[in-house]
Design a protein around this ligand. Structure first.
Ligand code: UDP
Length: 476
């Protein structure tokens, strides 16, 4: 790390994302917002992800403009080179990174230049313990949705009231012990581990430790805005009074860069190479005619599920742009021949890529809707661009998000728990046809509110300014 130009007294933030695409993406955007505000930032990444980031993006040259204010630092993730690092081994990944990160954090907090604030992902709860022990304020950045965080915060209530573990197998039964969400969430809308075994699932164990630490940290940061999640934010503030809602972070950054007339707008933080030919293909399509299909960076699916999507898409006769990651098939089902044949068969009415410049795609006028796994980044990116969604959620916050998309915000359909070609075909026809105007009204409204939140006097602008002021105060 070249810290030669260190000037005494400038706050120095250590950011530390989870080693997966979504959190790396939002933490890098946050780091850039901090640099623009004159803070110094060290970005801690795993060697594995840093190599991918450098290979697939212009991140190195982009951050050169913050010379003397921004540094990457890397640590091993502790896993063998050949480890697949897929969602199916998420527990292994976070445990392994923790083993390496804990001693590293202690060491870096004792080194020059002095770290004045730690911003870990909220799931890296141990960073709160280390910061408290060493007298460095910690403000976790929770990259899941606020509504799901509120569910996490209520898990002890559900357990105490003996609602969890659920009795019987009625997945449509309403959940009773999540204040403000009664009547909205069914059992099937809760994070996956509530329906399996929350006592042993690694994501559940980490979530329970995370919520214990939230009141012990200086504050909390969330990637949302008041007009979208105000309700959940007030609930969360009863656990962490200093909860800063600074999102949509990518839009916030885009707005600040535009004000400064900096040219690196919408630059990529992808761990896979983005296929720009998708944009050229979209350029040739009529306005609102294409559905964008992507299940994020982690989800794995069976061959049957992928085939159902393929038939559903073809039968809908709507044009589609489909991100089919080469590693989308579940472990043990990897079949490159199948994927190649599928991709060839798909070219008739659509376009297939293995990774896309998603934010640019969602902003493209040819896109009329988004068939998504409801990851929080994808959801908020879609809201910003006013694109209605069909949700096929799997784990963590995705099940809660998809319920809110459908029932609370009324900006899409939820196909949770089903994956058959006729449902897929019908929902695509509804989203892109019969129900289009109804959804468009609500999505346009939320998109407008998102833009206002990061503008002058907007709620997210206010919270970001407060956050930066507080961080600057830590050096005094
Ligand atoms: N993404 C992308 N290109 C793709 C698919 C996804 O750039 O082809 C980005 C997307 O814009 C989002 C992130 O990857 O920022 C995925 O995060 P999300 O929280 O939606 O889902 P996860 O991958 O964590 O399940």
């Amino acid at each position: 790390m070249d810290h030669q130009q260190e000037e005494a007294g400038i706050p120095h933030v250590l950011t530390f994302p989870l080693p997966i695409q979504g959190p790396i993406n939002s933490m890098l955007q946050l780091a850039e917002l901090f640099c623009l505000a004159g803070l110094k930032v060290t970005f801690l990444n795993t060697i594995h992800n840093q190599e991918r980031l450098l290979r697939c993006t212009n991140v190195q040259s982009r951050f050169e403009q913050y010379h003397g204010f921004f540094w990457f630092v890397t640590i091993p993730d502790g896993l063998p080179e050949e480890h697949p690092r897929s969602i199916e081994q998420f527990g292994d990944i976070i445990t392994s990174v923790q083993t390496v990160a804990e001693p590293f954090l202690r060491e870096i907090l004792l080194s020059e230049p002095v770290v004045t604030c730690i911003i870990p992902d909220a799931l890296s709860y141990y960073a709160v313990d280390i910061g408290n022990e060493m007298g460095v304020p910690v403000i976790p950045f929770d990259t899941i949705s606020p509504s799901c965080l509120w569910v996490y915060l209520c898990l002890p209530k559900l357990i105490e009231a003996q609602e969890l573990p659920f009795k019987g197998d009625d997945l449509d039964a309403l959940v009773r012990h999540i204040p403000t969400m009664e009547g909205l969430l069914r059992r099937r809308d809760l994070p996956h581990f509530c329906l399996t075994d929350y006592k042993t699932d690694p994501s559940s164990l980490a979530a329970l430790k995370e919520i214990e630490r939230i009141p012990q940290a200086y504050g909390l940061m969330l990637n949302t805005f008041e007009d979208l999640d105000g309700h959940f934010l007030s609930c969360i503030r009863s656990y962490s009074a200093k909860t800063y809602a600074i999102g949509p972070v990518h839009l916030h950054l885009k707005t600040r860069l535009a004000e400064k007339q900096t040219p690196s707008l919408l630059s990529s933080n992808s761990l896979w190479e983005e296929d720009q030919s998708s944009i050229r293909w979209l350029d040739a399509q009529p306005v609102g005619s294409v559905i964008y299909v992507s299940f994020g960076s982690l989800i794995v699916a069976s061959r049957e599920e992928i085939l159902e999507f393929w038939h559903g898409l073809l039968n809908s006769e709507v044009k589609y742009l489909w991100v089919l990651r080469p590693n989308i098939l579940r472990e043990g089902e990897t079949d490159y021949k199948f994927m190649k044949e599928l991709a060839e068969g798909c070219q008739k009415n659509g376009y297939i890529v293995s990774w896309a410049p998603q934010k640019k795609i969602l902003a493209h006028p040819a896109i009329g809707g988004f068939l998504t796994h409801s990851g929080w980044n994808s959801t908020i990116e879609s809201i910003v661009e006013g694109k209605p969604m069909i949700c096929w959620p799997h784990n963590v916050d995705q099940r809660v998000n998809s319920r809110l998309v459908n029932k609370l915000w009324k900006i899409g359909l939820d196909m949770k728990g089903t994956c058959d070609r006729s449902t897929i075909e019908r929902m695509i026809k509804d989203l892109m046809g019969t129900k289009r105007d109804e959804f468009k009204k609500s999505t346009d409204n939320l998109s407008k509110l998102a833009k206002l939140s990061v503008g002058e006097g907007g709620s997210s602008t206010y919270d970001l300014e407060s956050l930066i002021k507080d961080i600057k105060g830590f050096t005094l």
